[in-house]
Design a binder for this molecule. Structure first.
Ligand SMILES: CC(C)(COP(=O)(O)OP(=O)(O)OC[C@H]1O[C@@H](n2cnc3c(N)ncnc32)[C@H](O)[C@@H]1OP(=O)(O)O)[C@@H](O)C(=O)NCCC(=O)NCCS
Length: 309
């Protein structure tokens, strides 16, 4: 644990190399636990991010997080999600706006990278914001992929009852779990069972697609965040399956829909445009250590979550 002092009032003190110059208050890095949910929620609010209800608790439960505490106030956060030794994902990297550009972001990310090394994790991936990109570059992260964000109010598509012949969409049930986890492992190259178990409790809808013989073709989940329906993950063996899953999730959506799509899915992006969504941003997926992301990523039509990968 690192202890630093800070000026006696609430103004940010001078920080050099992650240390506050002088004063009576204490700035220290501490592990985050589920008990820090409200503090993390307040910090998330400071940078204007929207998070699905219950998602922070799920992340604090399955992830290994750290934060700078100024006395009892959380002013930074960073959470590592280890998926075995092959890959960990880094998310929720936030520094309170009053405390940015003082080296705290770098310090809190390094803390997670140290933990990854202790755990013997080969690669750490993340989805970078524009603000985070220079920081990650300076720490040795490299861009390995890009993720395109699509947002819009989906057009109503008139189609026959029953949807696409040969693709049957059903709500996710207990009996789907084993196959879903194994398909996710095929898509991402890592086992994310524990994360899914926590994640699914925070989604609004979860559906699976099967063919006439009962073979799993794909699955999708969606979470309501304010007026926005965020789709993710959306994994499917073909674009037409992804389309059926997306139509099923979005046709009753009243507000806007968002999905984060890996760059290789050009045909899928055309489908999203036809549905009435627009590309609003492209973010780099970055990797620390290792050469590239594992898995059968052509089946990834929507990432699970910006923080979880
Ligand atoms: C991205 C973010 C976490 C960076 O945190 P930070 O504490 O400002 O990061 P650092 O201070 O370690 O480094 C940021 C910059 O400050 C500079 N810096 C570091 N110490 C400094 C100091 N004492 N004085 C002035 N500048 C300093 C760094 O060189 C770096 O400069 P660069 O951007 O030109 O490379 C923060 O801006 C943030 O929370 N943004 C909103 C949420 C977000 O986008 N998070 C990233 C998700 S992927």
């Amino acid at each position: 644990m690192e202890n630093h002092s800070e000026d006696a009032d609430n103004r940010p003190g001078m920080v050099e190399n992650g240390r506050v110059a002088n004063g009576a208050r204490t700035l220290r890095i501490q592990p985050l636990t589920a008990a820090d949910e409200q503090r993390l929620s307040a910090l998330v609010g400071e940078v204007g991010w929207g998070v699905a209800p219950g998602r922070l608790n799920a992340m604090l439960t399955v992830g290994k997080g750290f934060g700078h505490f100024l006395d009892e106030t959380l002013i930074t956060s960073s959470i590592l999600f280890p998926y075995g030794r092959e890959l960990a994902f880094l998310g929720m990297v936030i520094v309170h706006p009053l405390w940015q550009r003082k080296g705290l972001g770098s310090a809190i990310v390094k803390k997670c990278l140290e933990l990854a090394e202790e755990l013997g994790v080969n690669r750490v991936g993340l989805l970078a914001t524009d603000a985070g990109y220079p920081l990650y570059r300076s720490l040795g992260f490299e861009t390995v992929e890009r993720v395109h964000r699509y947002i819009g109010k989906p057009k109503r598509i008139t189609r026959g009852r029953g949807g696409h012949v040969g693709i049957h969409i059903r709500p996710l049930g207990e009996t789907d779990w084993t196959e879903l986890i194994s398909m996710d492992q095929e898509v991402t190259g890592v086992l994310r069972k524990e994360t899914y178990m926590a994640f699914v409790k925070t989604v609004t809808t979860a559906i699976v697609a099967r063919d006439g013989q009962g073979q799993l073709l794909g699955y999708a989940m969606a979470s309501e965040v304010g007026d926005m329906l965020i789709i993710g993950p959306l994994h499917a063996t073909a674009t037409e399956v992804a389309t059926e899953l997306a139509l099923h999730l979005t046709q009753s959506a009243l507000g806007q829909v968002r999905i984060d799509v890996p760059a290789g899915q050009t045909e899928w992006m055309r489908v999203l445009l036809a549905l009435g969504l627009e590309e609003v941003h492209v973010s780099p997926m970055m990797l620390y250590g290792g050469q590239g992301l594992p898995g059968q990523r052509t089946w990834m039509f929507g990432i699970m979550d910006a923080a979880l990968g």
